[in-house]
Design a protein around this ligand. Structure first.
Ligand code: ADP
Ligand code: MG
Length: 344
């Protein structure tokens, strides 16, 4: 029996570096995704990729995922180590997500792999398993946004995620809104160590003033270290922007939503310092284009992609992406994951 599992990539419209701080974000699963197709059986996991070189060949319970070669096999090994499947699998990875660009090809690979290897259970458990797999594979203490979005995506909707409760609500993408992702041309650099530094700084702030999900701007005065204070200020103001963005999006206010995206970029640039001159120049150029309501870096930063909210047909560059359903087994079929409508 041929198994076909599929998981989408994602783009984050607003709310970056908030997931591991228990904050908020509005990502959406997109119509670029990754399939794992093959036959279950045997006692080894054997995969090749149509995008990257090297044959991945693993035992059912890999002991050290971070040491696997080729390196893309680390994500597969991380999933296998977490899932501990009973039977092997031989097949192929096939993806339309640009690899290493901030659209979460890694989470798409993890979720499709986990479903192909036999994961059965709720979307949140799938996401949590794949987050642990990514941390084991990459050594980066990543949050759960990418995996949760790929697991819980809904066609034509963005998701409002609260990372303290892991509540996922859906909000329709307004009619007449287009979401365009443009690559900066800059490969992401330093993402691992700088990411861990940012996470440690956010945790240092939370140790002083409590959960940044509930903190007030006035609480920031209790953070003496100016660098840590700026990092925390990004998270606090970003959470406020996410709430406002969800309202603007729900009421079809594209101008308001776009303005919040531009403000988010400025905060990631100035307070969180995860932008680059190339990303800044691209955001500036896009924001100055008639029909673009706003643009910002998306994902962890340090290169990669920018996301823009535009009127239809405004940009003839990048990927125009549609909000799409979440990860699923296409064969044998699995029931789609459910989310609540915002405010329901
Ligand atoms: P992003 O998730 O933003 O695309 P990451 O650096 O987090 O970037 O993940 C990219 C890595 O995920 C690749 O270097 C590779 O190891 C793995 N990967 C993603 N898609 C594929 C694929 N189609 N085939 C093989 N490996 C993949
Ligand atoms: Mg990734």
């Amino acid at each position: 029996m041929t198994v076909h599992a599929y998981a989408p990539g994602r783009v984050n419209l607003i709310g970056d570096h908030t997931d591991y701080a228990g904050g908020l974000a509005v990502p959406m699963a997109i119509d670029l995704g990754t399939s794992v197709v093959g036959e279950p059986g045997g006692e080894r996991i054997v995969l090749h990729s149509e995008q990257l070189d090297g044959l991945v060949e693993l035992p059912l319970r890999p002991e050290d995922p971070a040491a696997v070669e080729p390196t893309w096999g680390r994500y597969v090994a991380g999933v296998a180590a977490e899932l501990q499947p009973d039977v092997g699998f031989t097949g192929v990875v096939r993806s339309t997500v640009p690899v290493g660009s901030g659209l979460s090809s890694s989470a798409a690979l993890e979720l499709a792999t986990a479903l192909a290897l036999g994961f059965r259970g709720p979307a949140r458990e799938l996401a949590a398993l794949c987050q642990r797999a990514e941390q084991r594979a990459s050594g980066v203490p990543c949050g759960i946004m990418d995996q949760l979005t790929s697991a819980c995506g809904v066609a034509d909707h963005a998701l409002v995620i609260d990372f303290t409760t892991l509540a996922v609500e859906r909000v329709p993408v307004p009619a007449g809104a287009e979401v365009v992702v443009v690559h900066s041309g800059e490969a992401r650099a330093l993402a691992g160590s700088a990411y861990a530094d940012r996470r440690a700084q956010v945790e240092a702030a939370a140790a002083l003033i409590g959960s940044l999900h509930d903190a007030d701007p006035g609480d920031l005065e209790r953070v003496d270290d100016p660098l840590v204070r700026r990092r925390a200020r990004h998270v606090l103001t970003e959470n406020a922007r996410v709430r406002a963005f969800a309202e603007a999006f729900s009421s079809g206010d594209l101008i308001g939503a776009g303005r919040l995206m531009a403000q988010s970029h400025a905060s990631l640039r100035d307070d969180f310092e995860v932008s680059t001159p190339t990303l800044d120049a691209l955001v500036e150029r896009l924001c100055a284009t008639t029909g673009v309501h706003g643009a910002r870096l998306t994902g962890a930063g340090f290169g990669g992609c920018v996301v823009a909210l535009t009127d239809p047909g405004t940009l003839d560059e990048g990927w125009t992406v549609r909000a799409s359903a979440g990860a699923t087994r296409l064969n044998p079929a699995s029931p789609p994951a459910g989310t609540r409508r915002r405010g329901a």
